[in-house]
Design a protein around this ligand. Structure first.
Ligand code: FE2
Length: 536
């Protein structure tokens, strides 16, 4: 099958004899092969456009070093297949400027929007001045895109006074009006770290504030449509235009609780079928987000991972906790899915992993080699224990969280402890609650030393635990200094050479358009002293 036909079929027709890493590698390399220049392709620079092609806005991402990725997608009729574009490549013009009025353009060029990538564009720029804000836009025919603002990181050896990160995750379209995004778009931050569940493939009819498409996505076009629905939200577009993003993905970008090549839906039971589904979902994700093509390590172990130094102040790493994950313990063979577990001997199998052996080795080496002030590890979910002590039954854990991978968690905590100078901070999302936690070398032993700090953000819109359940979780886990699932929002983290301050921003009314956010709590981590402390 040739490349174009493969892509147009959305990978749904793929069958492979030998599956696993090699097949995944082939699928990814087909999807993310380097793009050619406009001149090589006979692309048009003046496509027939009956409407504004920039309906999905613009976005930028940070891709390590001083590189910035600029994104847009041409879609004059975004609800139609191919976004209403003719099936031909289009060359468009991009500009990067010092000022919002584009009177001082510092870089410009041509980029190709290919039909096989849904006319999405990813412009990766390097060798820009460090530690600077820039404005960018795209032009095609007579159309001009909205203006986005982005920034470059400081030089790796620079003394830096601060880094301000907005940590967000879990934006179920059906369950909220994105009041948190409206608030975040107005904030002055350096970057948005999105910790996963960018789209949701499923629906809970009990909690629908505004419906998305019916049914689960089963092919590339359906995943594209889901991304389009999300990206037509003006508040989400505003956050993308206002700040560069750093991306971690979790399960709902593909399917609830998937693990590696194992799906959790009843009808997709074999690896080949699930690989086709996963490949379609990854491709739609790539087409709609400002991810540098080389961040998706083509075929090699690694996945959606990256490293970003912020001067001498911090190292940030993003990790992929889905693509290489072992199936949840005590499940039927080959079937993914989380569940409450009380007794399960398989939990203690050393071979079980969240990141895969290659990523585990990589993050341990990165942590050991880093000499920057803060070492920030961003991944999908809560690392600190979250199990519930039940009378008579014993401890009940949820098998899709880190509690379901205790040996892998021990290895990660040992890597944290092996980082010279300490000051390791773990960030995550997924749990739909604001969390501040102490991380001990042995999380089951309260006498074990605290070696790192953890913060998880509540969801932008997805429903969370009621307070009674969160209170039971806190009582069962004394290292959970804060765990509230009753409000939606995001976390604001400010790193300085002296301390890290985390403000949990929240609203109890996520379904209300225009709801305002308040500060639910503030925690501080002092340099040299692992563990958050309540500040206000
Ligand atoms: Fe979620």
């Amino acid at each position: 099958m040739n490349r174009r036909r493969f892509l147009q079929q959305g990978a749904t027709g793929m069958t492979c004899g030998v599956l696993g890493r090699r097949a995944a590698a082939m699928a990814m390399s087909l999807l993310f092969a380097p793009r050619g220049l406009a001149e090589d392709t006979g692309a048009t620079t003046r496509p027939r456009l009956d409407a504004d092609p920039f309906t999905l806005g613009v976005a930028s991402g940070l891709a390590g070093g001083a590189r910035v990725v600029l994104w847009t997608r041409l879609a004059p009729s975004p609800r139609e297949p191919w976004g209403g574009m003719a099936p031909e490549p289009v060359a468009l013009h991009w500009q990067l400027a010092d000022d919002e009025g584009f009177t001082r353009i510092v870089r410009e060029g041509q980029a190709l929007a290919r039909p096989e990538h849904a006319h999405s564009v990813h412009v990766a720029l390097d060798a820009l001045a460090t530690d600077r804000f820039y404005y960018y836009r795209f032009l095609v025919g007579d159309a001009v895109s909205p203006v986005g603002r982005t920034r470059t990181p400081p030089a790796p050896d620079a003394d830096v006074a601060r880094l301000r990160v907005a940590l967000a995750s879990c934006q179920h379209y059906e369950q909220g009006a994105y009041a948190a995004h409206a608030d975040l778009a107005r904030r002055d931050v350096d970057l948005v770290l999105f910790a996963g569940d960018y789209i949701y493939e499923g629906s809970n009819p009990r909690f629908v504030v505004r419906p998305h498409e019916a049914g689960l996505p089963r092919d590339l076009e359906a995943y594209r449509q889901r991304h389009v629905t999300y990206r037509l939200d003006p508040n989400l577009q505003a956050v993308h235009a206002a700040h560069p993003w750093l991306l971690v993905w979790d399960d709902h970008e593909v399917e609830n609780d998937y693990a590696g090549l194992a799906g959790s839906r009843g009808e997709v039971v074999d690896e080949a079928s699930f690989l086709a589904l996963r490949t379609a979902a990854y491709k739609a994700y790539f087409e709609h987000l400002p991810v540098a093509p080389d961040l998706l390590t083509i075929g090699a172990p690694g996945g959606l991972r990256g490293q970003l130094p912020w001067g001498q102040l911090a190292d940030l790493w993003t990790l992929d906790g889905r693509q290489f994950r072992s199936v949840q313990a005590c499940n039927p063979p080959g079937r993914a899915g989380g569940r409450a577990l009380v007794n399960c001997g398989e939990l203690n199998d050393e071979r079980r992993t969240v990141f895969g052996a290659e990523q585990e080795r990589w993050i341990a080496e990165e942590l050991a080699a880093s000499r920057r002030g803060w070492r920030v590890v961003a991944q999908g979910t809560q690392l600190a224990p979250a199990g519930i002590e039940a009378p008579m039954l014993g401890r009940s854990i949820y098998s899709d969280g880190w509690d379901g991978y205790p040996r892998a968690r021990e290895r990660l905590l040992q890597a944290f402890a092996g980082a010279p100078g300490g000051d390791v901070v773990c960030l995550g999302g997924d749990v739909h609650r604001h969390v501040a936690a102490r991380l001990r070398l042995d999380p089951a032993d309260t006498r074990s030393p605290v070696i790192a700090s953890e913060f998880c953000c509540s969801s932008i819109s997805s429903r969370g635990l009621p307070e009674a359940a969160a209170a039971l979780m806190r009582r069962s886990n004394p290292d959970l200094l804060h765990a509230r699932g009753d409000e939606r929002g995001y976390a604001l983290l400010e790193f300085t050479p002296r301390e890290l301050r985390c403000d949990f921003m929240a609203t109890a009314f996520p379904a209300v358009e225009g709801a305002t956010l308040h500060r639910q709590a503030r925690y501080v981590v002092e340099r040299g002293l692992a563990g958050p402390q309540r500040d206000a």
